[in-house]
Design a protein around this ligand. Structure first.
Ligand code: CMC
Length: 381
């Protein structure tokens, strides 16, 4: 019997999970049972705790968790040397992928996959990712790297290490929201990559490096950069409509930042970020990109409805692009910022995968020829 091919594994469930639930029809997202809209009142670090421990921390647990993160703040000297060796044009996602693998080399115990060791590695990566991204940005601008400030928290320290100024509370709050919205999303491509790697019982660093590579693609985490590059190229609100029409008229034309494998309605994270962006736009000199985004959303909604594709709506990456713009984050740092957040979700999935491991090994339906006669090299014409 011919096997059923599930292109892109659409609709396939490969494991049970307690971490995240997405209701694509209703546009709802839950981390460990909590509605994402309610979680926006928490900080990113509370959400990391929630993802790893299954419950929100008490004040004391949060204080202890923060204290556990502190020793992981400094970037190892040798990893810093690696950053200094990279040419200025290096894609920051390539840097992050290399750095994730390098961190294993400076870990005394990278291979153990018991929960305690995984948690230790997770604490390190959650802190190292933002520090590496911010430090890389400073180095390529020709600026000296800054000592981390653990007292500012994960989001505040990231902005500090990036800009060399203590950020205001509003900026910290916005980045916190963006980070917690990006932290987890079920079996998306990069998380599936992490779990697939882990299913071979490779180490956590290898699985995370693989996930970084998967996130980079423009159909996944790379979409936020693609959105901003598109807006830059279009240039003004007035030109949005023609751009959308021209793009949709092309065979397989895609407007970046729209569509999702699971959501059939507006991504709830996109809605939250749209509200955040609207607030930022009241005072930002970069508000133009938000206004262009609103116009693009309007035209896309009209055009998709007209084509019977009303399920193609703005996704998380669409409004995160204008939020990052207004926070002053360089465009090629948008996907690394996504990785900074998602590393906590990847780690949550590694705990789950290793705890009940089954090698991920789907099949491909062979459609080539069989029984070809081998011809020695000298006789091949
Ligand atoms: N613009 C125009 N048409 C679209 C778009 C879009 N962005 N997305 C989907 N469609 C159409 C597509 O042309 C197809 O039409 P038809 O059936 O006539 O060929 C239909 O909708 C279904 O699309 P699909 O590609 O079969 O659906 P998928 O589930 O395989 O793709 C997706 C999901 C995210 C890859 C796709 O929507 C896309 O390429 N979007 C643009 C890239 C993007 O924004 N990615 C971020 C995803 S969300 C956050 C994350 O994971 O990072």
């Amino acid at each position: 019997m011919e096997p059923t091919i599930h292109h892109g594994l659409a609709g396939v469930y490969f494991a049970e999970s307690d971490i995240c639930h997405i209701d694509g029809e209703r546009g709802e997202l839950f981390y460990r049972g909590y509605d994402i809209r309610d979680l926006t009142e928490a900080t990113y670090v509370e959400v990391v705790y929630l993802l790893w421990h299954g419950e929100l921390p008490t004040a004391k647990q949060l204080e202890d968790f923060r204290a556990e993160l502190v020793p992981h703040y400094p970037i190892p000297d040798k990893v810093m040397e690696l950053l200094l060796c990279l040419p200025p044009g290096t894609d920051p996602m390539h840097m992050l992928q290399a750095a994730a693998a390098m961190l294993a080399a400076f870990d005394q115990n990278p291979d153990e996959i018991d929960p305690d060791n995984l948690r230790r590695i997770g604490l390190s990566l959650v802190v190292q990712f933002p520090n590496l991204v911010a430090t890389f940005e400073r180095l390529r601008r020709g600026e000296a790297p800054l000592e981390p400030r653990s007292d500012l928290g994960l989001a505040g320290n990231f902005l500090w290490m990036l800009n060399g100024e203590v950020p205001n509370d509003a900026a910290i709050r916005v980045l916190n929201t963006a980070l917690l919205l990006h932290a987890e999303h079920g079996s998306n491509a990069s998380t599936f990559t992490a779990r697939t790697s882990a299913s071979t019982l490779t180490d956590a660093y290898s699985a995370i490096a693989a996930a970084v590579g998967s996130l980079k693609g423009p159909l996944h985490g790379g979409a936020n950069e693609a959105v901003m590059r598109t807006l830059e190229q279009i240039g003004s609100v007035e030109k949005i409509e023609q751009y959308v029409l021209d793009t949709l008229a092309k065979p397989r034309g895609r407007v970046m930042g729209f569509g999702h494998r699971v959501y059939r309605v507006l991504d709830p994270r996109g809605k939250i970020l749209r509200d955040v962006a609207e607030k930022l736009a009241e005072t930002s000199s970069e508000a133009k990109y938000f206004h262009m985004s609103l116009e693009m959303e309007r035209v896309m909604e009209r055009e998709m409805n007209a084509r019977g594709k009303s399920n193609i709506r703005a996704n998380l990456d669409f409004f995160s692009a204008s939020v990052y713009r207004m926070l002053g984050i360089p465009v090629d740092m948008y996907t690394p910022v996504f990785a900074v957040a998602r590393v906590s979700g990847w780690m949550a999935h590694l705990y789950e995968q290793y705890a009940d491991n089954h090698l991920v090994r789907p099949r491909l339906q062979y459609r080539g020829e069989l029984g070809k006669r081998f011809v020695p090299l000298a006789e091949r014409g």
